[in-house]
Design a protein around this ligand. Sequence first.
Ligand code: SF4
Length: 368
Amino acid sequence: MSERSLPLLEPHDDALQKCVYCPKLSRAACPVSNVEGNETVTPWGKMSMAYFASRGDVPIDAMHAESAWACSGCYGCRERCDHKNEVAGVLYDARADYFSKGVAPEVSRKVASSFAQHQERFERGVDAIDPAGLKAARTVVLLGCSFVRRHPDEAKAIWRVAQHAADGEVRAARRCCGLPLLHAGDRDGLAAATRALADEIADAELVVAADSGCAKALKHDFPERTGFTAEVVPLIDLVYARLDRFPSQPTKAAPRYHDACQLGRGLGRYEEPRAVLAKVTGRVPEEFQRRRDAGECSGGGGLLPLTRPATSEAMADARIAEHRRLGGGSLVTTCAESLHRFRTRGEDAVGLWSLVAATLDEDQGDGG
Ligand code: SF4
């Protein structure tokens, strides 16, 4: 039995101490502290607070817990860190400890308590996209709850693209993977959600995840936290491997690719989305100044839009301002949360899968 005040942090002692005694080399990498200009929410500040709380040096209360939610899970600091410290993962475990002690932010508790309704709405959305729900299909697609609920047209495009890329019949999973619960800190709820998804996909031969956040979590975050073990293939990998199945359809506006944190730093996919975008639009995408492993977060991840809305908005605004300063064009992303962030901040961003699906529609219209 751990004597730590935050027992889930015990395995992270080395990572915590490296941050606590660090001269803050990753400071400039954190988009949250860059916006807020506050030492408490630098990677060093957040890890120090978690470390002190785990040792019992500060009280376990809402005020001291709060900084664990001041992270979008972008992994920007990990890239700057000589130790490649996984700050976001440690903070997710701190969130779970705080949640179980009843001191998580109210919005997090609300995400957890309303998850059943979230699941019902998600299921209804999936039913509308895949009404047949072919039980015999051995390829299962995880459309992603953010796509289905916030961007149903992008979710329909994903469904179209997945059917075209896969061999044989496809069905869409009805269960949400539970990622919002990882971010909220509700570990019991997360375990139940991943069990339900594992049951649903147990007979699948291929499981494809469209949302890179789901894919990253299912591959790397959930196994050690929930026991989830199914092999999951990011949709971008499937499409990239079968790129010859997708025609080109030149676009008027020059596309500019925004690296999604989970697809880029999370899964290491930098070439694949650029290759898919170049193929379907017939042009090499424009870039942000900071890109690939240095790409900057849109502010959509880790529940940041709920826990720190003003910071999240400022992060999106900075990306949009840079996009416009560099000449504008069509801002393209693979990330559902980024799409939402950009659109709600006034930029008519485009989902990659809509561009890919449009080439298929065009091809069919031409009798292809
Ligand atoms: S993962 Fe991103 S948001 Fe979180 S502390 Fe590191 S740089 Fe900041």
